[in-house]
Design a protein around this ligand. Structure first.
Ligand code: ZN
Length: 377
């Protein structure tokens, strides 16, 4: 195997900055971060002018991209198209996200992701099942006729992933403690979302089994003085992470900043919740037989409900920096924190022996290149 390198004026390794430095890797593993002046002269090396190299972005909620909705095409080639579309926005790895569907399609999706990982489709980290174990009062763009509360036996009937990470979003008030325990014992990361819970329904016993909250504020019971709801519980529980959509449409910048102030360091992370329209030529797609269109950068269904986001990871990072978050925290929210949330031990930092994954951004935080498993795109 041969050593390769990329370099830039600035490199952020997930902990600290290195000036005029290079990321060196061999095969799929990082070897070192060294000053450019110490690079061996005989290796393949690309320098990026006026750029920053950061740990590769990880998006744990992606419904589609490049005119493909995962729900509508449960195949490895669809996953490849989605990963490519997001790679041009800086995303190294993502969880294709299945919106509530039938048990047989859930199984097809799990099998497609297993196959995609086996076929080494670039950038697929696992799967996110968003439902159908949700609350109909907070259905968002999901078809609530598909919702149910699964028993452990029903969960055990699926052939779950044999490789890669699994995230499940469920309305915790509508799923039994036994089912939550079943998911946890299976090594599945569990997030509360599309939830209409009163705070008292999110008991300590259940919350110990919950790792995070999906798209904080959106499709969950709001915080009020007399009733803290799912939002208040998310804010108060220090051990849980919260994902948040930072397109400036789903969540007001001030609500984002409040969450950032309240959640412990490392527990607020960016997701795009992007749909087929990212990197699309048509600007519309079908979801459950309904046409979703891009109108003023918003994705709306025929009733005018928001139906996912139309944004890439690089733009999401640029937004939070614009709203007042410092650059290194914004970069961690898109790479280090989601890596930790999904319990990936070899991603999220540019350190020796970590997977060779990085995102190169220009001074406006637009993606210039993405390194995934040692290949530069
Ligand atoms: Zn959702």
């Amino acid at each position: 195997m041969t050593l390769k390198a990329i370099s830039a004026q600035r490199l952020f390794d997930g902990v600290k900055y290195h000036d005029n430095s290079a990321l060196l890797w061999e095969g799929t593993s990082i070897k070192a971060v060294v000053p450019i002046t110490q690079l061996p002269t005989d290796i393949e090396h690309q320098h990026f002018e006026d750029a920053i190299i950061a740990p590769g972005f990880i998006d744990i909620q992606v419904n589609g991209g490049g005119d493909v909705m995962f729900n509508n095409d449960l195949s490895p080639s669809a996953v490849d198209t989605i990963c490519r579309a997001h790679r041009s926005h800086g995303t190294a790895y993502l969880l294709p996200t299945l919106i509530s569907t039938t048990p047989s399609d859930i199984q097809k999706a799990l099998s497609a992701i297993d196959k995609a990982i086996e076929e080494r489709i670039v950038g697929v980290l696992g799967i996110h099942l968003e439902g159908p174990w949700l609350n109909q009062e907070k259905k968002g763009a999901h078809n609530s006729e598909l919702f149910y509360s699964p028993t452990p036996e029903q969960l055990a009937n699926f052939n779950w992933l044999t490789k890669g990470k699994t995230l499940v979003t469920a309305a915790v008030e509508n799923i039994s403690t036994d089912s939550l325990k079943w998911l946890k014992h299976k090594g599945i990361v569990v997030a509360c979302g599309h939830s209409n819970a009163k705070a008292d329904e999110l008991t300590d016993e259940k919350m110990q089994l919950v790792d995070g909250f999906t798209h904080l504020y959106n499709a969950m019971s709001a915080f009020e003085g007399r009733e803290p709801g799912a939002v208040g519980t998310a804010m108060l529980s220090d051990h849980t992470w919260c994902s948040i959509i930072t397109d400036g449409i789903h969540v007001h910048p001030k609500s984002f900043l409040l969450a950032h102030k309240v959640k412990p360091e490392g527990k607020l992370l960016i997701v795009t919740d992007a749909m087929a329209s990212l990197g699309s030529v048509t600007n519309q797609f079908e979801l459950d037989g309904e046409t979703i269109r891009v109108v003023d950068n918003k994705l709306v269904n025929s009733r005018g409900s928001l139906a996912g986001a139309h944004i890439g990871m690089d733009e999401s990072v640029a937004n939070v920096i614009k709203w007042g978050i410092c650059e290194q925290e914004a970069l961690k929210m898109a790479s280090t924190y989601p890596s930790i949330a999904m319990k990936c031990e070899d991603l999220g930092f540019l350190k020796p022996n970590y997977r060779a994954a990085a995102t190169v951004l220009n001074t406006q935080y637009q993606s210039q290149a993405v390194l995934v498993d040692g290949n530069l795109y």
